[in-house]
Design a protein around this ligand. Structure first.
Ligand code: NAP
Length: 501
């Protein structure tokens, strides 16, 4: 009986249409240091051609574990044969050296007597997939554990944030059952990072050069080097950002690098939370538990109703971008406001400055409250005079039409609309002369916006939006950890993340 090696924490899922490419990609993965590869034989035009690939691959890479999968199309795979043909191919895979096989629960139920032929020769992973939803999970475990196996893989689809909590809790609820638990889809991404820390045996990752085999799968490089899933412990604190959409967020890059630099046992994750699922997110946050999180579009205002305490500045602004838990209570503040003052103060003393704010949304409101609080003389302009007037009245600023603002000269200008933001980098509120000596653009993607470029051409001092972004993140880091943030590391991470977007 062969000695079964424990599974590494990351399994690379290789789904390619032809045998030569499967071999080439498997070799690439092994050469880059991966040791646990799933060969999706059902993705091959001829699944049986994968047998030679397994043999040839393991001849050169005997240190690797090959998991053979030949999922039937009835169970959302690509194999069109019968249960008998599926088991025959898996039998050949084991004969070629595959150390583990994935057998769907449906196959196990249809041919339970045939499973014993694999026992002792390969590790049997019985898998359950639900591509619709995350059902009641105890009954799924009960259904699966009727069949002896080396691991039980439960993959569901997260429909709401709290589904992630239920999937993760499963691994803790059955500590003596070897489970692999995951929720697929962008909403389920946190489970891919957290499941091993919750007791799941391993997680799946996409290969280097091709797409993964399931939605929400990311590269092993990202899991290892950004989310550090092999480094953070079961006791690690969990942080994150809530947004919709979430894909664009550079906050995971910035905060994870910060934790890494300070050697803090913590991980920071992107949580996709739609406007109607904010309350449900708090169910997840209690369950994980999440220690703190950043809040961005569209939740900055609505999140306030779910918090136990909000500081006076954030309440005045009417928006919270930073939440944390202290003594079981959710607290909120707004670090965007200070993040406007700090970079601006490098150029001008706010208490002595006249500042024109462009925009009347949440960021403009935060900037106006912070600047007026610091003693600046603030005017506001924007495309909608009624909304500009309403904000000006609310915070004690002067409302101006665009033409009026263009005729005046301010010490500084703070641009707080999305104009110029990717994917529309050529948009700019001002076409001619910019009516201020210092130009601060909150937009940070691209790093050099059209407004900043024009300001440089007009020999003005500039504050790019990335300075504000880093500043608000630095403050969040300090609130959450009580430690000085590694600013330079976080800034570099922000720049790199933006360059990759
Ligand atoms: P928001 O609440 O949605 O407000 C957007 C503002 O922009 C509104 O005043 C809106 O005017 C105006 N606007 C939108 N499209 C416009 C257009 N085509 N022409 C002129 N005005 C337009 O958004 P927000 O939270 O205030 O954010 C504003 C910008 O600041 C975003 O680009 C955001 O990424 C950036 N920001 C950056 C940081 C940072 O760390 N650097 C932090 C916070 C925000 P109406 O009211 O007329 O629609």
């Amino acid at each position: 009986m062969p000695h079964h090696r424990p599974f590494p924490r990351i399994c690379i899922a290789l789904g390619l249409p032809d045998a030569a490419r499967l071999l080439e990609h498997a070799r690439q993965e092994a050469e880059s240091g991966e040791t646990f590869l799933e060969f999706r034989l059902d993705h091959l035009d001829q699944p049986v051609n994968g047998i030679k690939v397994i043999r040839e691959f393991l001849k050169a890479h005997s240190g690797c574990i090959v998991l053979a999968t030949c999922r039937r199309h009835q169970n959302h795979g690509k194999f069109n044969g019968s249960v008998e043909e599926q088991l025959r191919i898996l039998e050949l895979a084991v004969g070629a050296g595959a150390q583990a096989i994935d057998i769907e629960i449906e196959t196990a139920e249809a041919a339970s007597e045939k499973l014993s032929a694999f026992r002792g020769r390969a590790q049997i992973i019985i898998s359950y997939h639900n591509f619709e939803t995350t059902p009641q999970l105890d009954s799924v475990v009960k259904r699966m554990t009727r069949f002896p196996a080396d691991a039980y893989k439960i993959v569901t689809t997260a429909r709401k944030p709290s589904d992630n909590g239920r999937v993760l809790a499963l691994a803790r609820a059955y500590p003596r059952t070897p489970l692999v638990v995951l929720a697929i889809g962008e909403l389920g991404f946190p489970t891919r990072v957290l499941s091993p820390a919750f007791g799941g045996m391993y997680t799946y990752a996409a290969p280097l050069a091709t797409q993964g085999t399931a939605s929400g799968q990311v590269s092993a490089h990202l899991l290892r080097h950004l989310y550090r899933i092999e480094k953070f412990s079961k006791m690690a604190k969990v942080y994150g950002v809530i947004a919709d959409p979430i894909r664009h967020s550079i906050s995971p890059a910035v905060h994870n690098r910060g934790f890494q630099a300070r050697r803090i046992d913590a991980v920071y994750l992107p949580f996709l939370v739609s406007p109607l699922q904010l309350r449900d997110f708090f169910t997840l946050a209690e369950k994980v538990p999440i220690t703190g999180f950043s809040v961005t579009i569209p939740h900055k205002q609505r999140v306030i109703r779910y918090l136990d305490a909000v500081d006076p500045l954030a309440r005045r602004i009417g928006a919270v971008n930073t939440v944390w838990r202290k003594a079981g209570k959710w607290r909120g503040t707004n670090t965007d406001a200070e993040a406007v003052l700090v970079p601006l103060s490098r150029h001008v003393r706010p208490s002595k400055a006249s500042v024109l704010i462009v925009g009347n949304g949440g960021a403009a409101r935060g900037a106006a409250c912070a600047l007026i609080g610091a003693g600046a003389k603030v005017a506001i302009t924007g495309r909608n005079p009624d909304r500009v007037r309403a904000l000006a009245r609310l915070c004690g600023a002067e409302p101006l039409l665009r033409e009026q603002a263009e005729e005046r000269q301010f010490d500084a200008l703070v641009h707080a609309t999305p104009l110029g933001m990717y994917p529309h980098p050529n948009e700019c509120f001002f076409n001619g002369k910019i009516p201020a000596g210092i130009v601060f653009d909150m937009v940070y993607n691209p790093l050099e916006t059209c407004l900043i470029r024009r300001a440089r051409e007009q020999n003005k001092a500039v504050v790019p939006g990335i300075e504000m972004f880093v500043e608000q993140a630095v403050r969040q880091f300090e609130i959450w950890t009580g430690e000085a943030a590694p600013r330079a590391v976080m800034e570099k991470a922000a720049m790199e993340a933006l360059e990759q977007k």
